[in-house]
Design a protein around this ligand. Sequence first.
Ligand code: PMP
Length: 409
Amino acid sequence: AANIDENPYRADFPLLANSPGLAFLDSAATAQRPECVLEAQKVFYETMNANPLRGLYGLSIEATEEINEARATVARFIGADDPREVIFTRNTSESLNLAARSLGDLLLKPGDQVVISVMEHHSNLIPWQQVCAEKGAELVYLYPNDEGLLTPEEIEAKIGPKTRIVSIAHVSNVLGVENPVHAIADRAHEMGAVCVVDAAQSAPHIKIDVKELGCDLLAFSAHKVFGPLGIGVLWGKMALLEKMPPFLTGGEMIDSVTETEAVWAPVPEKFEAGTQDAAGIAATAVALDYVDEVGLDAIEAREDALVAELDARLRAIPGVTVYGPTDATKRHGVVAFNLEGVHPHDVASLLDSKDVCIRAGHHCAQPLLTYLGCDSTNRASVAFYNDRSDIDQLVDGIEFVRGIFHGSC
Ligand code: PMP
């Protein structure tokens, strides 16, 4: 097992290195960035800043090349063959809005079904709600079993001949479970549907291979994978992307325009209207290279040990309920929990006074929390730069909260 008492990574992250007493356990919301990522943005602005795609001079060409090299890096990171299948957006939410709008126009007729799960983040739920309402299609939900897992029976029952689109979280941002994307994509394809994957919570933790997953589109955010805020990715199979209509329109996404109509640029530019954040995109590539350097195998082994420790220590505290699978090996990155009789906002605020950062609330997954029978939870989440001392600090902090709320009992 990985040694979580040692931490060779924390020093790479300036915010953490500069905050020695801070237990940052909210990486599922946004991760910290290593020095090399911060440096990459600076280098871009200091040495190659110009509007990409617009100029014919050296600087602009360099900026364009940065974007195209980053496409190749992203493609490598997710096991895609063709860098042109990588579209840059602002975040997972925008990627999924693109997918829903564009696939909705391409595929949905009244009476068709779109299948998602009840554990989706609102980003993979509201776009489909909206598109289904507009197209007269039905939104159908997959429900997990008591352990938070989607069973083969549920998948077979819900994905059927009326299904045109299935969109599913690879890893839940509340339960931490990894959904059986491969089986879901297979079933979707058998039924003639396409499969979209929200990889926002898997990309930082497990090796993604779009060919192995067998999906048609896949979205994630750079800011959760140690990259900058404001950069998202949507990968798609070229044959599908070529058929999909654009989402946002305007500059850079056309081949030619007349007063009455326009001819779209080829993929990926067709989906990238307006000036791209070339600095952010360049830094995203640096972040993914950094992850590869640390190694996803090492990351996974370390995080498995951290999550197992976190899960066991939380369950050992009287009054704590942990949500999701009892088997900690079925979780990636996050552990959601409640402390009996104490609102999660109070838990998180009091933990903040002990320099412990966790998330509290509905985690943008309200239908899941309703399904679990609660309004909100606490959520501690880890990255490979955490170590045992962060978990100790969290557990001590929760004991402090218990002392305040349950002290007189
Ligand atoms: N999907 C999941 C599973 C997430 O956890 C998140 C972020 N909390 C998102 C989508 C949305 O990501 P972003 O806010 O970067 O658009």
